[in-house]
Write a protein that binds this ligand. Structure first.
Ligand code: SF4
Length: 367
């Protein structure tokens, strides 16, 4: 049974009726259970759970301390290129946008990498737009072979690959995959991804499975919050994570909670997700997934990221640039989205220490 089948089981499920029926008793029951089921998660994501946020936060804090201790893993993104064959309506990199396009040469990759490693960061997430022709797997592999001499852990956030391609990159030195489904709503997905390879919902949904089958060490999944009703998106994200946890228990799993940020495209998200909503999503997912990492990027402000330390977050990007060439090259492109937390790595480390936590710059060594 694939996760697509799990999703299909909820076709016709009346979310509106469920949310109307949820009571304080259901929420308190979920809050006090040692192990939540699917509908407990949905209760905690309902608007009726908002008055219980304080209790959810307390339990989320306790579970995070028990399972992760007082540490926050730090990483930085490195954009290798912004060529893209897709037309995702919400993205500044979409094919039809008349923006400057660039792909780093290997010497440029090394320059950017040296600038990042000088900040102390040892975990790198490499990203591209989704263009197999401009940034083929052979190029990604060359970059990985170079970067593994500089970083202790390399994750990829690129177009979905075939299983054998994941294997090739794992053998080259990749140990982590980040892949967001963007939305679990199939009709909305079709609308937001009208053409290009990304329009294949099922192929993207199955990509984490393909990577895990090839023994990817760590995996981060997510939905772009704001595209659809966040309560449903967070629910399906939680179910997707549990499905992957059960199927691949040796994979280090985390969920990411990216909120839509302004891009050069004029897209406006249909749903707003406030700070309190984000806290509700994070704490509900922590209660549902006590052992999964939770990732908050620099899409969020410095103040909010500081508040989230201790509530459930276990991983953060730091000192991020979303431009191709953004760390040190004279020639750089526009960023994929606006970074809200522009703090340098040193400031992020200090913020984490000030909260009584330990920033972890290296917790893995591939070679
Ligand atoms: S979200 Fe990814 S695939 Fe879609 S246009 Fe942007 S870079 Fe391309």
């Amino acid at each position: 049974m694939s996760f697509f089948d799990v999703l299909k089981d909820f076709d016709g499920f009346d979310f509106k009726a469920f949310f109307e029926k949820v009571s304080d008793v259901d929420i308190l029951y979920a809050l006090n259970k040692p192990c939540l089921d699917d509908l407990d998660l949905l209760s905690l994501l309902s608007d009726k759970a908002a008055p219980h946020l304080e209790d959810m936060a307390q339990k989320s804090h306790e579970l995070t301390l028990r399972n992760f201790g007082r540490v926050i893993y730090l990483y930085a993104p490195l954009y290798l290129g912004n060529f893209c064959d897709n037309e995702c309506l919400y993205c500044g990199f979409k094919h039809g946008n008349a923006i400057e396009r660039k792909k780093l040469s290997l010497p440029e990759v090394e320059k950017e990498a040296r600038a990042i490693v000088a900040t102390g960061i040892r975990h790198i997430l490499i990203l591209t737009g989704e263009s197999r022709s401009k940034t083929p797997v052979s190029y990604l592999k060359d970059c990985v072979l170079l970067l593994k001499k500089i970083f202790s852990s390399i994750s990829i956030e690129v177009y979905p690959l075939e299983a054998e391609e994941y294997k090739e990159l794992i053998e080259a030195g990749v140990d982590g995959l980040t892949l967001y489904q963007e939305t679990y709503d199939r009709d909305l997905y079709r609308h937001l991804h009208p053409c290009g390879p990304k329009s294949d919902f099922a192929y993207r949904l199955d990509a984490p499975d393909r990577a895990c089958r090839m023994k990817m060490r760590s995996l981060s999944i997510g939905a772009l919050l704001g595209l659809a009703d966040f309560r449903k998106e967070a629910f399906f994200l939680g179910l997707h994570a549990v499905y992957l946890e059960r199927r691949y228990p040796d994979v280090e799993l985390s969920v990411s909670l990216p909120r839509f940020q302004r891009t050069v495209s004029d897209f406006l998200p249909a749903f707003s997700v406030g700070d309190a909503d984000l806290v509700q999503i994070m704490t509900a997912l922590r209660l549902f997934l006590p052992r999964a990492g939770i990732n908050i990027s620099t899409r969020e402000s410095r103040a909010l990221r500081s508040d989230l330390v201790g509530l459930g977050v276990t991983r953060m990007s730091a000192g991020s640039k979303t431009e191709v060439g953004g760390y040190c090259l004279d020639e750089k492109t526009q960023g994929q989205f606006e970074v809200a937390d522009k703090s340098g790595v040193g400031e992020v480390k200090k913020m984490i220490c000030d909260k009584g936590y330990q920033p972890v710059l290296k917790d893995w060594q591939t070679l």
